[in-house]
Write a protein of this length. Sequence first.
Length: 748
Amino acid sequence: MVLIAITALSIYLMRPPDAVSSESSPLVFSAERARKHVEAIARNPRPIGSAEHDRVRDYILAELTAQGFEMSVSTSTAVAPTFKPIRVATVQNIIGRHRGTAGGKAVMLVGHYDSVPTGPGASDDGAAVAAFLETARALNAGPALKNDIIILLTDGEEVGLLGASAFVNEQRSAIDIGAAFNFEARGSSGQSVMFETSDQNGWLISQFAEASPAPVGNSLMFEIYKRLPNDTDFSTLKRSGVAGLNFAFINELPHYHAATDNIKNLDANSLQHHGANALALARHFGNLDFDQTKGNAVYFNPLGSIFLHYPGWLIIPLTLFALLAFASVVVVAFKKRFLTWRGTAFGFLMLPLAGVASYLAVMVALWLVKALNRGEELVPWGEPYNSSYYVLSLVSVSCAVVLAVYILFHKWARAHEIAIGALLWWLILALVTSVSLPGGSYLFVWPLLFASIGLSISFFIDGQHSSRGIIVHTLCVIPGLLLLVPMIYTLFTSLTFNAAGMILLLLVLLLGLLLPSLEPAVSWIKWRLPAVALLFSVALIIAGLLNSGFDAGHPKMSSVFYGLNTDNGHALWASVEAQPDEWTTQFFPDGGRRQPLPDFIPTSNFNYLQSDAPVAPLTAPELALLEEKTQDDSRLLRLRVTSPRGAGVVALYPDANAKVVGLSINGRTIDPKAIQGQWGLQYYGLPQHGAEVVVQIKPSQPFRIRVTDRSYGLPQIPGVALKPRPDYTVVSPTSPGEITLVSKSFSF
């Protein structure tokens, strides 16, 4: 019961601090005050190039100006050539500066104010914008700081970190940045977790621990994240040499980029944690002389927001100390004849076999959950709204399997031999991570050290099975429980229950650590214990099924878009969905056909669901020839692309046989590697006057190119009345969304 209580406590404390009311002191951050900004910002989606985007830009400028910030909007063309198609945008970065008294290195708070077209972005990244506006107010109400405070709100983050790229290329050199703190969201609730740092972070971590009212983060996440392909604006800043920290809350993944990322679903406590961190860091670093201390730190939360950290040079000494502790317990156990080589070998084999059996059982259970749901309850990110039922069910399955394997191995190994065998795996992982994943070494070194000490003491207290020995061992495995339970919870939150098989290998490892404490219960109850765990798992799956389904708060997601080819006057409805649902059936009454869309997306071979549609009175995009000349044995075409109907996005797709040897957009040269083979280019935030495109091709070739512009929403078609969406469905965030495409081909 003690272990269960500690497990529950460790998870309960993984919650953000309580929101502060608007009646609080003007010097503190108030989520209630910040919430009013979210309400103003996240009324509707605000993708780059939309009218709502411009409204929010003006709102932010007015609010920060009122708090004494010197404001500017930097408009420029940004290019992300690594995406396919290439992504280009006219971005409008908002930069506000609050002057310090000493003019030292600046402290920068970073977020983005654009959203995806499928959701209003209350959390992503409206929460950060609102947090900065409330932080600006609190800073203005307090004493002056030594260093400048800069608020950078980037544009075009959702389409390829384009605003951050523009800032690095054009404004970065003019600002002496001491530290940057980026705030993001991948969900709508949870703690504001510091999940990424710049390299050589020792000084930053110590200052973060001192400044934050509730510091949360661990160095294992930093080690994992830097090996992943994921990026935020902070990635771009970090690559340019800026030091800093990256924050996000990540619970409630189904709301990510969806229509449900609204003010109703944004957790006020998460907003409070975000803002309290932003204000505390601005004030703390705003009065510091920036240090250049080298070396990375190890850091983690053993319980709640208690934050421990130590320098990286201690990793190897601590690992060696844990190794000595383990060696000592083995020596003591052999001297007291508690161990035999045969029994220890079986104990060593038990944990990997339990891991394999657990993985297979969990994957079967996961398949069963999906089969029973028939995939209908899984939102596009792979996480159902009621995933907590299924996660607990999979945890129970894993526990049942490990306990069953443990009971079987009792035939060949005694309890303490199995315990020593399990600890040997902890030692191996401690040694490996200390060298190859140093920031994650704490997860294995500290539990190994304390468990080894606990076993040693229990061996000296009337043998390892005495009640006093079990109490000592239980106390000494608490550190392992406090470190691994939150990590397992965090991994489920970030990787979703689809990764349960791999995540629960950590649970298997933890159970191996706890086995000596569980021995009395296992010996008494025996097979009834895994049977109860298995029945509990089945009950949770049934509860999940009974609580499944869609409603306005937990909507089903689907999408459909419209395309008009003005070359031949053919129009169609299309979707990425596997099959029409009760609303999209009106677009595909005959079930539709599946094939690519070369008239609209020539670079994609995806088989879209599609059917014929009525022709809407829509004006085609235009591509005008401004100049043509021969230069260096090539034709140079200077073109201007515009959207007479005011679409915010335009895409260019040259003929697959076109030999394009050079390309620039508004004077920005595109990397030649990006235009090899068949390629396309998507321009976001297209200005009303259009964009200038310079194409360099072989002189003997005609140049054929298809232009497709994109507006948000479905078109109004005379004589066609579409049934409105039911309140339990919304646009899918992983599809093109509800958009209108109009294409036209050109030849020069």
